[in-house]
Design a protein around this ligand. Structure first.
Ligand code: ATP
Ligand code: MG
Ligand code: FE
Length: 337
């Protein structure tokens, strides 16, 4: 089974060819980061327009790198939510046109299901059930993966997503967009214990997250410094903020591991490429004899290979979407059929 997968939910135009769910034959990603850096964040209208300009080329390149023609593809997989509606529509329309034209089945995929599936690509023996922490630009979920395509969300953020907090704090301390990778890098020069930022707990919901408090604390700290006419140390603020966020993520992950007697734990989403988080969670899992999984950074941030992997398992279950498939900007995990 060979899937041509398309992803355009945010600011990456991506296409990939994936064989039997786990073998990536090509993985083409055209990022718009440079364009959106000008505005300090993703501008939806610009994102949609750039997707339109690039999608055909990206798809052609994915097929070419895989050495295949559309005839040799089994099915077309595409992200249809959640994400920016205008951005999603570009991928969904392209996928429908290609699938219809080549007479191939169409499989719609949930973007977060793709992020979780990214773990399967490089870990051929990993199979459900396992637990996953999804940390991305728009989501922070603790998920029980009961079977392929069967999820239960056991913890979620009450306000900002982890990646969103990284991006907002990065902007506030003058690092610019995209914040996550920049905080990751600058933190290596800073002292994570220099400033104590709050580690929020959600009352009566020990697996839930809240990151608006730590974000405000960083803003207050910076304002305080500016009012006193003092300069703040960017690296120390970045490292201390990153430590506060990773402490909470790892703390809740450990709570889930003990509550649900988890044996295998998989990190997923763009923030999963954060070095401190990967290393911290790996150590914590090893200490309690839990197998730890994490995709390579290229499969953590948005890509179409992960969508191809998720689409393969949906395809195997017999899931097919009609030509009326539409973008669903607020699609819920587990609702993708
Ligand atoms: P979602 O997947 O929730 O729909 P998205 O697709 O926009 O959102 P991803 O591409 O999965 O998000 O991840 C992007 C996020 O990951 C951004 O918030 C970015 O700052 C963050 N990120 C990327 N690399 C790192 C890193 N090394 N450290 C921390 N955060 C990072
Ligand atoms: Mg992105
Ligand atoms: Fe994503």
């Amino acid at each position: 089974v060979i899937i041509l997968a398309i992803e355009s939910s945010c600011d990456e135009t991506a296409a990939a060819v994936v064989k039997n769910g786990r073998e990536v034959l090509s993985n083409v990603i055209s990022s718009q980061i440079d364009l959106h850096t000008l505005y300090g964040g993703v501008v939806p209208e610009i994102a949609s327009r750039k997707h339109v300009e690039r999608i055909n080329q990206v798809i052609e390149q994915a097929l070419k790198q895989a050495g295949l023609t559309i005839k040799e593809i089994t099915a077309v997989g595409v992200t249809y939510g959640p994400g920016l509606v205008g951005a999603l529509l570009v991928g969904v329309s392209a996928a429908k046109a290609i699938a219809y034209g080549a007479d191939k089945p169409l499989v719609g995929v949930h973007h977060i299901e793709g992020h979780i599936a990214a773990n399967l690509i490089e870990h051929p023996t990993l199979e459900p059930p396992f637990f996953s922490l999804v940390v991305s630009g728009g989501h922070t979920h603790l998920v029980q993966v009961k079977d392929y395509g069967v999820y239960e969300i056991l913890g979620r953020t009450r306000d900002d997503a982890a990646g969103e907090a990284f991006d907002k704090v990065a902007r506030a301390i003058g690092l610019g967009y995209p914040g996550g990778p920049k905080i990751d890098r600058v933190s290596r020069e800073g002292n994570p214990d220099a400033i104590v930022f709050p580690r929020a707990k959600v009352e009566d919901a020990p697996l839930d997250f809240s990151f608006s408090g730590v974000k405000s604390a960083v803003l207050n700290y910076i304002n305080g410094c500016q009012m006193k006419g003092e300069a703040f140390c960017q690296a120390d603020v970045a490292a201390s903020f990153q430590k506060a966020v990773t402490d909470v993520l790892i703390g809740n992950a450990m709570e889930a591991i003990s509550r649900y007697q988890v044996k295998r734990f998989a990190l997923a989403g763009g923030v999963a490429s954060n070095r401190a988080l990967r290393e911290g969670l790996k150590d914590a899992c090893e200490k309690c004899q839990v197998e730890f999984y994490c995709p390579s950074p290229i499969y953590c941030t948005d890509n179409a290979a992960m969508i191809g992997t998720a689409a393969y398992y949906e395809y195997q279950k017999g899931i097919r979407h009609g030509w009326d498939l539409n973008a669903v900007p607020n699609l819920k995990l587990g609702d993708s059929r």
